[in-house]
Design a binder for this molecule. Structure first.
Ligand SMILES: Nc1ncnc2c1ncn2[C@@H]1O[C@H](COP(=O)(O)OP(=O)(O)OP(=O)(O)O)[C@@H](O)[C@H]1O
Ligand SMILES: [Mg+2]
Length: 286
């Protein structure tokens, strides 16, 4: 597989449109006939990810990160543009792409009444692993994530959110996919767990020849883990580069080490990472 892990070209995505049951009410974002106007959530997004790279997508709530990850992982169709993973089109060759990628989302789904172990055995088998394989791999994966093995015998519903998140990370790494799509893998974790997961991601990249796309709000995490970072705001990638290159873009003669990454984000995107994103169209029509 010599093809590039990921090439994203001109991807746009709209949500909404069509008629609403509320068409008789005056309502934001609807035209006179009661149609909801589609809202553009991704705007002409292009980037590529190189082999063994950790590529970070950083943006505020609602900026389009999860939508992008869903498109990359074949769960959602783009309205325009193209995505190729290892030369395969994520729309035309979705099945083949799915065998090469894995996604961890911020709200992973599990069978809540089954134990973590049973869940991992179940999903492992779905991915084509034998129970023996899974049992062999798991202790090491869980240990690396700082997750006590005995705890994995408890029902998912007894685990904290952070513990469930670690099980989601463990699940995705069971199959050692070559392209990992991690949608906020550390959001909601305590500092210690965050470090465990970050160290784990680093190690997987080094040891397993994996390419990783990761979304986060956490600037420190992005700087620490990512080889390159894209800033996304209002569905558009507004800046991209190594952490150093991004700092240099705003340095203007100042020493780059002294510049806070949050300030870099603010300068390059014109807004704070904490600011909730409101699509321009909604603001205009509201
Ligand atoms: N299925 C959907 N239908 C309609 N609108 C949607 C849908 N999914 C997402 N959106 C809208 O698209 C925009 C981007 O959402 P998305 O989940 O991609 O943001 P995000 O960057 O992942 O945010 P967060 O940091 O909160 O996870 C938001 O305005 C959201 O309301
Ligand atoms: Mg999201």
């Amino acid at each position: 597989m010599n093809e590039q892990p990921l090439v994203v070209s001109g991807v746009s995505k709209y949500f909404g449109g069509g008629f609403s049951a509320r068409r008789l009410l005056p309502w934001k974002g609807r035209d006179g006939a009661g149609r909801r106007e589609p809202v553009q959530v991704l705007r002409d997004v292009s980037f590529d990810v190189r082999r063994r790279e950790i590529y970070g997508v950083i943006g505020a709530n609602g900026s389009g990160k999860s939508t992008l990850i869903r498109i990359l992982s074949t769960l959602l169709l783009p309205d325009a543009g193209q995505v190729r993973a290892f030369g395969l089109d994520v729309v035309q060759d979705a099945g083949a792409v799915r065998a090469l990628i894995n996604r961890v989302s911020a709200d992973p789904s599990f069978f809540r009444n089954m134990s973590a172990l049973e869940n991992l055995l179940f999903f492992g088998r779905v991915y084509g692993l034998s129970p023996g394989d899974i049992r062999r791999k798991l202790p090491d994966i869980l240990a690396r994530l700082g997750f006590e093995f005995e705890k994995a015998r408890e029902p998912m519903s007894h685990l904290s959110r952070g513990q469930q998140q670690k099980i989601a990370v463990a699940r995705s790494f069971l199959t050692a996919p070559v392209l990992m799509l991690l949608d906020e893998p550390t959001t909601g974790l305590d500092p210690r767990s965050k470090r465990d997961v970050q160290a784990f991601i680093r190690r997987v990249q080094l040891e397993h020849d994996a390419t990783i796309v990761l979304t986060t709000h956490d600037m420190a995490e992005a700087e620490e883990l990512c080889d390159r970072i894209a800033f996304i705001a209002g569905g558009r990638i507004v800046a991209e580069g190594t952490p150093l290159a991004l700092r240099q873009r705003v340095a203007d003669g100042r020493p780059v080490e002294g510049i806070d990454m949050e300030d870099v984000f603010m300068e390059l995107t014109g807004r704070s990472i904490q600011e909730d994103e409101v699509p321009a169209e909604v603001m205009a029509s509201g």
